[in-house]
Write a protein that binds this ligand. Structure first.
Ligand SMILES: [Zn+2]
Length: 257
């Protein structure tokens, strides 16, 4: 999301909108043609596209959504037309949002209403606040560590891949409770380091290798890249927020499901 925002910002910011097209019923009559895009930023997994008239387009990818950038006349490869939710056109670029489950317009001054619940953003160098993230995590010491790290209200930006690999590098299973972790700050720092190392490219490696099948320690693997032992999988999380966990019982200490 961070990288998508950077690309969107580079393509759209400072340019006049020639056409906007919102293919969601609630925004069918919204039209920002004639305004400029003033900037595109990410907040956790939320994308905020700001317009010069004082409105912000708030979108969220959830699992499957995507923003794609095209040149005028280029075919749209992000999915069938029925999956297009938003089109933003500037003179030399067309940004198309496919399968976005969240598309809404808010006043730019009201952005906190949609992203204000988020914890400190691990990828925002200016506002990242480790102490505040740790305070939020520690406020629920009985919670399992996996879901706690994924909860964007604690700290914003960790998805299932980084949770999985950060826990591997910390030697902890996702089922340890927050209060049982001796160096929670170490877990957060390691996971943040993985995010920072990957934020400028699409391919996501946590091992340093970009070779396919070699780029993760346990995530989506059958055997642990370090010890070659079998990787265990199980579903974890509150209803509606379940994620598949991968962990190596030899390399990671702590309980299972
Ligand atoms: Zn292992």
């Amino acid at each position: 999301m961070w990288l998508a925002a950077r690309r969107m910002d580079a393509a759209l910011a400072g340019k006049p909108l020639q056409r906007t097209d919102f293919r969601v019923p609630r925004l069918a009559t919204a039209d920002f043609a004639g305004q400029q895009v003033t900037g595109v930023v990410s907040r956790g997994k939320h994308l905020l596209t700001r317009f010069s008239g004082g409105s912000t387009l708030h979108t969220h990818f959830k699992m499957d959504g995507t923003w794609q950038l095209y040149r005028p006349g280029q075919g749209w490869s992000g999915g069938p037309a029925s999956q297009v939710r938003v089109v933003l056109e500037v003179p030399d670029r067309i940004a198309v949002g496919f399968r976005l489950p969240v598309v809404e317009i808010v006043a730019t001054g009201d952005e906190p209403a949609v992203v204000g619940h988020l914890g400190p953003d691990l990828l925002d160098d200016e506002t990242w606040d480790e102490a505040e993230a740790l305070r939020r995590l520690r406020a629920a010491p009985d919670r399992q560590l996996g879901p706690a790290l994924l909860d964007q209200r604690n700290l914003a930006g960790i998805g299932n891949l980084y949770k999985t690999e950060g826990l591997f590098l910390s030697g902890l299973t996702p089922w340890v409770t927050v209060g049982e972790v001796p160096d929670l700050d170490g877990v957060v720092r390691r996971t943040r380091r993985l995010l920072l190392a990957n934020r400028n490219h699409w391919q996501q490696t946590t091992t340093g290798s970009t070779r396919r099948g070699d780029d993760h320690w346990v995530f989506e693997r059958r055997r642990c890249r370090r010890c070659d032992g079998p990787v265990t999988t199980a579903t974890q999380g509150e209803p509606g927020f379940e994620r598949i966990c991968y962990w190596c019982p030899r390399c990671q200490a702590g309980p299972g499901p």
